[in-house]
Design a protein around this ligand. Sequence first.
Ligand code: FES
Length: 595
Amino acid sequence: MTPHTPMTPVAAPAPDIGPAPGGLRSQGWLAGDDEVAVLHRVALASAGLPVGQRAGRPVIGIANSASELNPCNLPLRDLVSPVREGIEAAGGVGAEFPTISLGEDLMKPSAMLYRNLLAIEIEEMIRANPLDGLVILANCDKSVPGALMGAISANIPTILVTGGTRSVTSFRGAPIGTGTALWRLWDERRAGRLDDAGWRELERCLSCGRGACNTMGTASTMAVLSEVLGLMVPGSSSIPAGDPRSAAGARQAGESIVAAVSGGGRLPRDILTPAAFANAVIALNAIGGSTNAVIHLAALAGRAGVKFALDDIARLGAGVPVLADVEPSGSQLMPDFDAGGGVPALLREIAGLLDLTAITITGRSLADIVAEAKPASGAIRPAGSPLRENGAFGVVHGSLAPDGAVIKTSAASEHLLRHRGPAVVFRGYDDMLARVDDPDLPVTADTVLVLAGCGPAGVPGMPEWGMIPIPARLVKAGVTDMVRVTDARMSGTSFGTALLHVAPEAAVGGPLGLVRDGDMISVDVRAGRLDLEVPEAEIARRQASFRPPPPAHLRGWPALYARHVMQAPDGCDLDFLRAPTAAHLTFVEPVIGRS
Ligand code: FES
């Protein structure tokens, strides 16, 4: 195996406008003897953080996203104390503050609508407060990338602590994975093969406590990739919730962030180099991770000023063995991945593909971590015996997706990766729900199901509606997969031959919105093609009559989001939050005086 060519930076980062090199940022608030410095020290002392006696000690923010509206993040409550202990043992001061909690299950239309809001919140909390470093406590899907995006833009030393995956329970004698089992058994229910008692029993089994999904969903994928990117304590991203190692890892994170601040560096943009992102893409393929990570990596790279192209997913994935035998790409669950050695063991297996000089927030390089890693076992296959060859993703372009679409080939049906069939089009979620199980819907197993109007600006928020249900009539006939094409996303726990994130989306005039029932669609994932077989003149005629849908939101966050959100290949960030030039990377400090 040979290392891949890494991605390239957009431009050399501009220096931040901040305290003098070597000086603590917090001293801008706390040093001195005037009324403003006294006001600031009194404020912290009144919160139980007597910085007056600890002058010169780094102040570390502990951004806690635990919430009862988000059971995935609840284990984080128990990690605040060990993080604080680690900070104080290393000579720092820990200051906990709450953040919005992005829970995937309850937030509608999708937690994705609020990822960028969390990013803004984190960036602005850093800007406005005397923080020298940051510990992010996050777990559920969007809470990790959202918080990291904000921290990258602020560019102060940052470390991530995740809360781990929830415990595994059994349904009718077999372990079941969160998300994946529900989608599969819902189809069984729709086909009449799972009765009321079974359905109720499944609900009880799935109510198995706090923590992230125990499959390789988006949360576990982003935790793994954050560790690969160098933003976590090595080996900590896969520890199950409640495991005693969680507290030890949290304490170590507290110690590490103080060391990073005191060492005068290891800023997010020092760590998040083009090589680090290339490593993450390779790891994403090796774990058969969530398609959502493709969007999140693009967003993180955009904040770091690193050029990231959708085609990098397939280019860097070529030749990468898929090694994580974890649902939905494999058959085991995240505790098995952890028992198999976690990220260090995975990195050891794919070391020949990686740039091992990449540095982490702990100061150690990937080479150091690999040198100490155990051989992979259990749910992490050895490189010589992969789950599948040549990566886990396909990227397609064509007349139906001029700016691209992505598919998780590791969770798709091999025989459908090259397919041609007539379209049945749903225009929005309600339309899909209303008609997909209609016995008169003109579908066969060869039909290409299209769901349009569900992209970043379209809903807004690009919900995970892309795993379009197989029509009930076909489920009953034994059909388990069909080609689906959409501008929506799909849950990381989902599976099936779904071409996702089609760009540009229908709501901004993309050709997906011009497809009509019966149009022929051809897919060839290996050739990287997704085409609408309609004459160009007819497409132009339809395009001429396209009118963007009127905005549903005229005010508030959803309206701001819909106006500024970028397309999936750009990470669905807001256009004014990205860093297209070096100047945009500048983090402007506030004027520190009387408030
Ligand atoms: Fe929160 Fe899966 S729903 S981690």
